[in-house]
Design a protein around this ligand. Sequence first.
Ligand SMILES: [Zn+2]
Length: 334
Amino acid sequence: MTLPFSLDLPQPDDWHLHLRDGAMMRAVLPATAAVFGRAVVMPNLKPPVVCTADAVAYRDRILKALPSGMDFKPLMTAYLTETTDPDDLERGYRDGVLFAAKLYPAGATTNSDAGVRSMEAIAPLLDRLQSIGMPLLCHTEVADPAVDFFDREKVFIDRVAAPLHRSHPELKLVLEHLSTAYAADYVRSEGRKGFLAATLTAHHMALSRNALFDSGLHPHLFCLPVLKREEDRQAIVRAATSGEPMFFAGTDSAPHRARPRKPRAPMAVSLPPRWPLPFMPKSLTAQVLWTSCRPSSRSTALPLRLARERQDAYARESASLARILYLGTDGGGR
Ligand SMILES: [Zn+2]
C-alpha cells in the first residue's frame, strides 16, 4: 500500500519520568532509553533527591545502569523541602547538574511526605528560582483532605499556582500532568507570555473516569491526578493537538510494585514508556502528542496544529483508544 504522505518522527524527550532506583530502575530504564533521547527525572525517591550532591549521585547511578550503546541523557531535578538551601540549588543549576526544582505538596502523592506544607516557608527559594531562571515543576494537586478528590487539581491552581504566578510572573512554572479542562484553560490563558506551561500524559488523553468505574471498580486505572470527566479528557486531547507551545508531553511513567506491601497502597503499576511510538496511524492523537514536545532544543519540535474541528474529531475518536492502550498494562503512574 502506498501512503499519501510520509511523516518523519524525530526522537522525542519525556518531560516527566519516574525511574525509581536499584533493581526497579534497571528494569525500566532501557524501555525509556529505547524511545526517548532525554527525560526529566523525578526526585521522589526514598529518601528523596533534595540537593545537588544527591542529584549527582542519582544521575551517576542512572548512567551506570544504562545498557551499553544506548544514548540517553537524564535531566535531574531537586525535591524542594522547607529546608532546601537556595545557594545549593543555584550552584546545581549553574553547574548544569540540576535542570529544575520539583514542588510536591506534602502528602499529595508517592513519597511526598517530605514535601512542602507552606508556600511561605519556601518564599526565599521561589525568589531565587525566578532570579536565576530555574524552572519549578509542580505536582498540580493539593493534599488537603477536606478537598474533594476530584477537585484537587483545580484547588491547587486557585490556591497555589495562580497566586504564585501573580507574585512571581517571571518564574518558569510547569504544571504537571493536567487532567481537567479547567487546568488546560488556565494554562492556555496565562501561558502566552512564556513563563507558564504544562505537561500532558497519554493516560489522561486516553481515559476518563468512566473507564475507572465501567462495570465495576478498576483499581489498576487509579492514578494521580485521578481520571476526570469525559469532557476533561477531550479538553486535554484538544490542548495536545492545538499546536500551542505551552503544552508538551510527559509520560509520568512510574513503576510501582504489582503487589503493594501495604494492603491499602495504590495498585497502579507502570505505564510502559515504549508504547507511544508504535501507535500509528489509528492512534494518531496519542502519537502526535509525543512528537510535539516543544521544550527540546534538539529535534523534537513537530508542532501539531490541527484545525479546531479536527481537534474535536480526534478528541471524540480517541475515546476508543482506551481499551487498546491499556490492554496488558495496569494503568497510570504517578
Ligand atoms: Zn509523576
